[in-house]
Design a protein around this ligand. Sequence first.
Ligand code: PBG
Length: 367
Amino acid sequence: MTGRKAPAGQLPGRGSGQVPEPVAGPAVGPVPRQVSGSAVGPVVGPVVRPRRLRQNAAVRALVAQTRLHPRELVLPVFVREGATETTPIVSMPGVVQHSLTSLVAVARECVAAGVGGVMIFGVPLSKDAVGSGADDLDGILNVALRQVRDAVGDDLVVMADLCLDEFTDHGHCGVLAEDGRVDNDATLSRYASMALAQARSGAHVVGLSGMMDGQVAVVRSALDEEGFEDVIVLAYAAKYASGFYGPFREAVQSSLEGDRSTYQQDPANFAESLREIQLDLDEGADIVMVKPGLPYLDVIAEAAAVSMVPVAAYQVSGEYSMIEAAAAQGWIERKRCALEALTSIRRAGAQIILTYYALEAAQWLRP
Ligand code: PBG
């Protein structure tokens, strides 16, 4: 059947001198309804009208399939050793490096706004080859964990970034072998020690972002051996070597030269994400994460399809900064685009979203 209509001015049907063609309605639908017996011949209209469910805000809200909730949002926060006030992060307008005092204040704001959690990143004053500050109980991240946990108790899920890159002078996520490569297995024991320090400092969740093979199993057993069975392991399972982490480098004053493509995933690949997710599930991950968010919605959707544990996604620094930069030019609507990006990540299947918009979005979403 073609959708061709009779030429203008010519009525199909009897008297037109042509065999009438079946006439298709302009919209897809089962069978176009023909109102016969009319003087002007069959009048055709769409039977199926998707616009019916878009007619006003109340109807749209009733049928919305994806809803954002503050409880599912986690705010990543940066705390800088020795700071007495906040320091703006230029490439992430509106995001700052906190002092301990301002960090505790923002954690309390998160509780008040009903945000799900905070993910804390430390910015130490000094760094070394093995990242000694990471598992030092007096290191900035562990001090911050204790203060935040003291302030919020169990009213907010307190998460700690478990990775060496903020603490190493070379900026890599692990320790280096003599030949300069990132030494997977030597890094694992550093992670185990870091996990214990974070657990002792009150972390509810340790966020393993280093992409070392076997990291989930090693951290899980280290925690269990010391009686921290209840500490939750959030595994950055499918983490890509992404240019979208650019502004984060400023946020943590990263020392990295080069990139992380020997341990983070190639953006070209899909199947290895499934492998990474499966390995982390087998090793005991409680939550698996895909990172970045918007450029990897296909991976999030697949993770949600295969995972029996909650799937998180990280809307990373560059995703945030792109929206901020375009909005600052007046080229896009800031709030609308921020919520649209978050909704898309949620729609793809992420149940939990780490986002620099968490606190503000919680306020936007207030009924
Ligand atoms: C590594 C880590 C990074 C981010 C979170 N954890 C940086 C990296 O892997 O290079 C990036 C987060 C962001 O860009 O917002 N500890």
